[in-house]
Structure formats: structure tokens, C-alpha cells
Design a protein around this ligand. Structure first.
Ligand SMILES: [Mg+2]
Length: 164
């Protein structure tokens, strides 16, 4: 029986070679290496079928490659680290001074705020990465849990029945 090699397999092998090139750090600028890492991350997630579970698997692979440990025994620590990332997002939020009505506020200083908006997005991403790392390590089908929970949320009344 022959081995069925697809175009995706070849592309993945090429990208794996690219990963080695990135890891060697000898020929690429930091910006170029970061751009390639971003593309690799997207490619691996797409190759795994896309969706949030694919991202969790990709983050789990990164965890193993970097020799971090996430297991049932250190769940409390990992949960608190996710909270820490939310605190960092809160700190970024506090640096964004806005004018105007709450729903249509604009930054006072767009240049400075862009930096803090970037930080805010990064910390939200850190939070999600930590939670998806946990999901992968504990083999949670987080995509199914989210869909089930959103189905339940849809069934609930507006504002979940609260009047104020
Ligand atoms: Mg962070």
C-alpha cells in the first residue's frame, strides 16, 4: 500500500522547513520571522480543520515544543494566569482615554491609544491562548461546549430576564 501524499502534506513539510529556518534565527529580521510565524500558525490551524479546537491543538503543540506543563494538577495556577492576562487587558484599557458618548467614544490621542489598543488586543489574545491551552491539555471539546452554551443562551430571555 502506497503512502497518499497530498499537496497539503507537501506544503506542511515546506512550512516545517520554514519553522527550522525561523528557529535558526540567522537569516531573517525579527519582523520577517514574526510575520512567517503568524502565517505558520494560521496554516497549522487551517490544516487541522480550522475552528477553535484546531487553535487549541496548535497551542497544545506549542506548549509541548516549549516544554511547558499544563495538566489537571496545575489547573488552579493556569486559571489564575488567565486572570492575570485579563488584569493586563484592564491595565491597557485604563490607559485609553476617550471622549464622547460611551458607545461612540473616540481616543483623545490616537497615536498613543493605538499602542494601548494593540496591547489590549494582545492581552485578550493571551487570555484566550491560556484557556485554549487548558482546553487542549484537559481534552475539552471547547468548540462543542461553546456551541451548547450559546444555544442555551439563545433560549434565555433578553437580559436573561433581568429588569434593570
Ligand atoms: Mg500578557
Amino acid at each position: 500500500m502506497g503512502i497518499d501524499i497530498t499537496a497539503d502534506d507537501i506544503a506542511l513539510a515546506e512550512l516545517a522547513g520554514l519553522q527550522e529556518l525561523i528557529d535558526s534565527g540567522t537569516t531573517l529580521s525579527d519582523e520577517a520571522a514574526d510575520a512567517l510565524r503568524t502565517e505558520l500558525c494560521r496554516y497549522y490551524a487551517d490544516a487541522a480543520g480550522g475552528g477553535i479546537n484546531a487553535l487549541a491543538v496548535m497551542i497544545g503543540a506549542w506548549r509541548k515544543r516549549k516544554q511547558f506543563k499544563t495538566a489537571w494538577s496545575n489547573v488552579p495556577e493556569k486559571l489564575m494566569l488567565a486572570v492575570t492576562e485579563l488584569s493586563e487587558a484592564m491595565e491597557a484599557y485604563r490607559h485609553i482615554e476617550m471622549v464622547g458618548e460611551h458607545d461612540e467614544a473616540v481616543p483623545i490621542d490616537a497615536t498613543d491609544c493605538n499602542r494601548w489598543f494593540t496591547n489590549f488586543g494582545e492581552e485578550i489574545a493571551d487570555t484566550i491562548i491560556r484557556l485554549l491551552d487548558l482546553s487542549d491539555a484537559l481534552q475539552l471539546d471547547i468548540e462543542a461546549r461553546i456551541c451548547e452554551k450559546m444555544a442555551a443562551n439563545e433560549r434565555r430571555p433578553s437580559k436573561h430576564g433581568k429588569t434593570c
